[in-house]
Design a protein around this ligand. Structure first.
Ligand code: AMP
Length: 279
């Protein structure tokens, strides 16, 4: 079975031993409740690095809603079994006090890319992400870190912070893994009711259609409005946003010569889903 490490000093000792042999380290940060999306990152890391560490840490600082944190699915034993199939060399699953000991007062904050969309809807979320990711990089001595495009804005935030703070980690963005019906895999999908699960793929279908319409010359706003209407008609309770943005800065963009991304967040049956696609 894969060793499960609980303390920063044990993780550091292991990483230092690997480094002293000249081995490269890949880290895959997760919050657990693993699915094929997470495993695809671990497999990519496996194919590109000598050593792979998967971290499992439900980071309280990135939850702006205490109820969401309490309800977040946790399944460490099943996660370890899945990771053994990759396989990874170590699982780092520290308790909260190990990551944020008494007296912890530092925060990594980004302006710009971290402010709109998820940053606006979930105040403090990206401060929590940027802080924990910076810490995990420092703890694991990773050469490469693997993130999913599923959380596109998060990926851009991490790319920016690594550049801005000269963090010697290569950030690798990996494709979104989807269920057969198009729904992006997410730990939160297990919280969907049967009805919610049937309707949830409409999110991806609606933004895919809107992106196609925009590519074939339809007005951006019209295509987006139609996508929102399709989702509401399918039973989504609330469409928080559907936005066409510059893929890197996440600022509004009507320049089709630059890479653009359509990003969306919506609620169905009390579960908040996000997705994004290139346009
Ligand atoms: P999470 O456990 O939700 O914090 O996700 C951990 C990492 O897995 C993040 O980099 C996510 O973007 C990535 N991830 C989550 N779902 C998927 C997916 N369906 N496909 C690819 N990567 C994903």
């Amino acid at each position: 079975m894969t060793p499960i490490i609980r303390t920063v000093s044990d993780l550091r000792a292991l990483a230092r031993a690997w480094k002293s042999k000249g081995e490269t380290i890949g880290v895959v940060p997760t919050m657990g409740a693993l699915h094929d999306g997470h495993l695809s990152l671990a497999r990519r890391a496996r194919s590109e690095c000598d050593r792979v560490i998967t971290t499992i840490f439900v980071n309280p600082k990135q939850f702006n809603n205490p109820d969401d944190l309490k309800k977040y699915p946790r399944s460490e034993e099943a996660d370890a079994r899945l990771l053994a199939t990759v396989p990874v060399d170590a699982i780092f699953a520290p308790p909260v006090e190990e990551v944020y000991p008494e007296g912890f007062i530092s925060t990594v904050t980004l302006a710009g890319v971290a402010q709109p969309l998820e940053g606006h809807m979930r105040p403090g979320h990206f401060d929590g992400v940027a802080t924990v990711v910076t810490k995990l990089f420092g703890m694991s001595l990773a050469d490469r870190a693997y993130f999913g495009q599923k959380d596109w804005q998060q990926l851009q935030v991490v790319l920016r912070l690594v550049r801005d703070l000269n963090v010697p980690v290569e950030v690798v963005g990996c494709e979104t893994i989807r269920e057969a019906d198009g729904l992006a895999m997410s730990s939160r999908n297990v919280q969907l009711t049967t009805r919610g699960r049937t309707k949830a793929p409409v999110l991806y279908a609606a933004i895919t259609r809107a992106a196609e319409d925009i590519r074939s010359g339809h007005a951006d706003r019209m295509a987006i409005r139609e996508a929102a209407e399709t989702m509401r008609a399918a039973g989504f309770d609330r469409v928080e946003y559907i936005e066409l943005r510059d893929a890197e800065t996440l600022m509004p963009s009507d320049d089709p010569t630059r890479p653009r991304r359509m990003l969306a967040a919506a609620w169905i049956d009390g579960v908040r889903l996000i997705d994004n696609i290139p346009v």
